[in-house]
Design a protein around this ligand. Structure first.
Ligand code: AMP
Ligand code: MG
Length: 402
């Protein structure tokens, strides 16, 4: 059976970034830039004051020197008259430096008297002046293709005049649940029925990942219904189904996908939970058949679907950050498959701790309740001891404590 590492290679070799689209900066949060961006202008556009104070020409004036104050220049103001030698202009932070001035002395470093100021010390020539273009120079490449756009990048692009940018779009993911035993949230389960909890879980995780969700509802355990809903799902950029993926009498995901032109990437991976996981493509579209068991569906989402989504979205490094942590309890070994254990993180003064969740069963949605990370335990591992340093896959940071 394929190892997790080999399965991930298959995904990375198959899934490509979605074709770039142009969008406004207000739509760009969380997207990955698909072009290099140059600054449209110098920033600051002109030499300007870094302080509220007085702008003047420093020609050797020291403590006690007096300057007449000729004018006032607010931020956003314009000032066309040069400052004469021996005089100063009152200037606010961000206001353009008037011609003739090269230095700003802050308000708190002078004594004001009617019509003028007296210097409290010797201002260094050029002090508190922000030079034209010291932040950005017109034509300079400020961000390159492949850069994820968060608040800081959006501010920078805006300041540089890039109102519209080319990005890889947010993937649209279709979610299908399968199973005659399932009813939708809000319905009352009849005997033998349970609520479809995988779909709201996956929709929520997909939204957290910045995707838009195409909900396909529940397919009954029949080829016709499964095919109809899967066809609709193939309009999205990625299709995820849960359940019905094995080779039981009532498992229709694989035969239906086969009829829809499915190209197999892999079927079954040597992991626990999540062994019965299917991946492949229809056209260029990645398709995942996740196990029906809720905690197995959730684990395979983190381990396989998320990297594929990040790839579609253009991220060059599509994985959750691995974090070094100290294990807070013993873990038994002796499993033939690589395990992934749910757990919580807590931050100490200089260490992070990983506490395995009390429930790990793949059939229970409760196994992942509160979980923030998955601990990989190698196949055939003799087990791990409390206090050991481990590397965990973090998918949610713990809340902070002061
Ligand atoms: P299956 O892979 O279809 O045999 O399903 C495996 C187990 O997962 C069964 O106990 C199902 O009832 C359960 N299951 C399948 N789909 C869902 C779902 N959408 N929500 C909750 N449980 C599910
Ligand atoms: Mg089923």
């Amino acid at each position: 059976m394929l190892s997790y590492d080999d399965a991930i290679e298959v995904i990375l070799n198959t899934v490509e970034p979605l074709s770039p689209v142009e969008c406004s900066l207000s739509e760009a949060l969380g997207r990955v830039l698909a072009q290099d961006v140059e600054a449209r202008w110098d920033l600051p556009p002109a030499d300007n004051s870094a302080m509220d104070g007085f702008a003047f020409a420093q020609t050797g004036q020291g403590s006690g020197a007096q300057l007449t104050v000729s004018d006032f220049i607010p931020a956003g103001g314009r000032f066309d008259t040069p400052v004469a030698p021996g005089s100063a202009a009152r200037i606010m932070t961000g206001a353009p430096l008037p011609e003739g001035a090269d230095t700003v002395v802050p308000l708190e470093d002078v004594t004001e008297f009617p019509g003028g100021i007296r210097l409290g010390g010797t201002p260094k020539r050029g002090q508190h002046v922000r030079r034209r273009g010291e932040e950005l120079q017109r034509g300079e490449v400020i961000l390159t293709a492949g850069t994820p756009l968060y608040a800081a990048e959006i501010a920078l692009l805006g300041a540089a005049g890039a109102e519209r940018v080319k990005v890889h779009p947010a993937p649209r993911a279709a979610v299908l649940s399968t199973g005659d035993e399932l009813v939708e949230l809000g319905e009352k389960p009849a005997p033998g029925q349970i609520i479809n909890s995988n779909a709201p879980y996956l929709a929520a995780r997909l939204r957290e990942e910045g995707c838009t969700v195409l909900p396909l509802g529940i397919a009954s355990d029949s080829a016709e219904d499964t095919e109809e809903k899967m066809r609709r799902g193939l309009e999205a950029d990625l299709l995820v189904s849960t359940g019905g993926v094995s080779v039981g009498d009532r498992d229709y995901v694989q035969p239906v996908l086969h009829d829809l032109g499915f190209r197999l990437g892999f079927w079954k991976v040597a992991i626990k939970p999540g062994k019965p996981v299917l991946f492949g493509t229809v056209g260029r579209r990645p398709v995942f058949g996740l196990p029906g068991n809720p905690a197995a569906a959730a684990a395979t989402f983190e381990l396989f679907v998320r990297p594929a989504l990040r790839r579609l979205a253009g991220f060059t490094d599509p994985f959750h950050p691995p974090l070094s942590a100290i294990l807070t309890s013993d873990i038994e070994g002796g499993e033939k498959r690589q395990r992934f254990l749910w757990g919580t993180l807590s931050a100490g003064d200089s260490e992070c701790f990983f506490t395995p969740s009390p429930r790990q069963g793949s059939g229970q949605a409760r196994s992942l309740q509160g979980a923030q990370a998955l601990l990989p335990v190698a196949a055939g591992s003799p087990g791990l001891a409390k206090g050991e340093r481990v590397r965990v896959i973090v998918f949610r940071l713990p809340e902070g404590r002061r």
